[in-house]
Design a protein around this ligand. Structure first.
Ligand code: EPS
Length: 369
């Protein structure tokens, strides 16, 4: 499947070294103002080639709006967005075209289809995530008009964790790191890693504020279930946590329950979701990225005929794909939330809010895990 979402349905297409990548956003309500230049900011946050810590591929990532927008506003018809690829260097992949990089989707794509586009990883490339971020620019606008905002940061790279959590630091460094005083350490860490030829994993936290109670569908359309699926669909993701996530295993029910008082919830261990439905608290999702598998460090592996070969990947690879992942996780959070909002409106639009809303805690100390 190359589509996700129900009432807001996103389909992406294209390969990393093909002529273009694109998406179709179907089910988007009419009347949202959108122009090609609106995409630039978020696409630049995700793009390669901006700092020495990510892949050196330089893509302009200019969005062409092919349909669904008339005189600057969405019309309710499918919105098709296209970005032309301009900086493919396919010769980097000729030596490994018939080999499997250990830890890469090369092997599973080959087993599934019996054919694959090896140039830049083809469809399995992180290039595909560009279109999720583009689609989410529209979702974020729609959510913003309803008081819902989405933001994210990196909360671990390798074994390094932030010493402080300051949202205002996040956009001021190439790592989306919430502790400004650690940035130079991270620069040195990444420089040493890049020189070693190895890669490292990362953890990204994304949160949504202003989500009203009621979004999410029991049983099979749970908000947390769909968020987990959405995050897991991002390249290199190996883990997703909602709220306290796996730390919940070691906690007691008496600690984990988020007590309600007339002044508001006292904590947010549940990550803003109970029974698959938003509570009105901050929705928090933590995402684990594995280390990039495309390494110039040689390793013994197999080719498509089963011969043992030395696999060496040349080219412009990210030593930590998680460094560019914050905008991608934000995008998936926004797209899932908008879809769930439309679904809630469709089923329960007449009901309105039935109970008084309990103020949510939004403190990062409740949700930073
Ligand atoms: C990627 C490998 C590199 C990255 C690419 C993701 O591709 P290439 O070898 O063609 O330079 O540059 O990321 C992007 C192009 C992007 O826009 O995110 C991979 O193997 O996933």
């Amino acid at each position: 499947m190359n589509s996700f979402g129900h009432l807001l349905r996103v389909t992406t297409f294209g390969e990393s070294h093909g002529p273009a990548i694109g998406c179709v956003l179907d089910g988007c309500p009419p009347g949202i103002a959108i122009a090609p230049e609106d995409f630039a900011h978020d696409l630049a946050r995700r793009a390669t080639g901006k700092t020495r810590h990510t892949s050196a591929r330089h893509e302009a990532d200019e969005v062409e709006i092919l349909s669904g927008v008339y005189e600057g506003v969405t019309t309710g018809t499918p919105i098709a967005l296209l970005i032309r690829n301009t900086d493919q260097r396919s010769r980097d992949y000729s030596a490994i075209a018939a080999q499997f990089r250990p830890g890469h989707a090369d092997y599973s794509y080959w087993q599934k289809y019996g054919i694959r586009d090896p140039r830049g990883g083809g469809r399995s490339s992180a290039r595909e995530t560009t279109m999720r971020v583009a689609a989410a620019v529209i979702a974020r606008k729609w959510l913003g008009q309803r008081g819902v905002t989405v933001r994210g940061c990196m909360t671990q790279i390798g074994d390094v964790v932030p010493r402080a959590h300051d949202w205002s630091a996040v956009e001021g460094n190439p790592f989306f790191w919430p502790c400004a005083e650690q940035v130079s350490e991270l620069e040195s860490y990444m420089d040493a890693l890049r020189k070693s030829g190895d890669s490292v994993g990362a953890r990204v936290l994304v949160v949504a504020d202003g989500v009203p109670p009621g979004w999410g569908e029991p049983i099979y359309g749970k908000l947390d279930g769909e968020l987990a699926a959405a995050m897991m669909s991002i390249n290199a993701v190996k883990g997703v946590e909602i709220g306290d996530g796996f730390a919940s295993v070691a906690s007691r029910g008496s600690e984990h329950r988020d007590v309600m008082t007339p002044a508001g919830f006292l904590s947010n261990h549940a990550g803003g979701i109970l029974g698959g439905i938003s509570t009105g608290q901050q929705v928090s999702v933590s995402v684990a990225f594995k280390p990039t598998s495309s390494l110039r460090l040689p390793v013994q592996g197999l080719d498509v005929d089963g011969n043992v070969v030395d696999v060496v990947t040349t080219g412009r690879h990210d030593p930590c794909v998680g460094i560019r992942a914050t905008p991608i996780c934000e995008a998936m959070l926004a797209l899932v939330l908008m879809d769930q909002a439309l679904r809630h409106r469709a089923q329960c639009g007449d009901v309105g809010e039935v109970a008084p809303r309990i103020a949510g805690t939004t403190s990062i100390t409740d949700t930073k895990r």
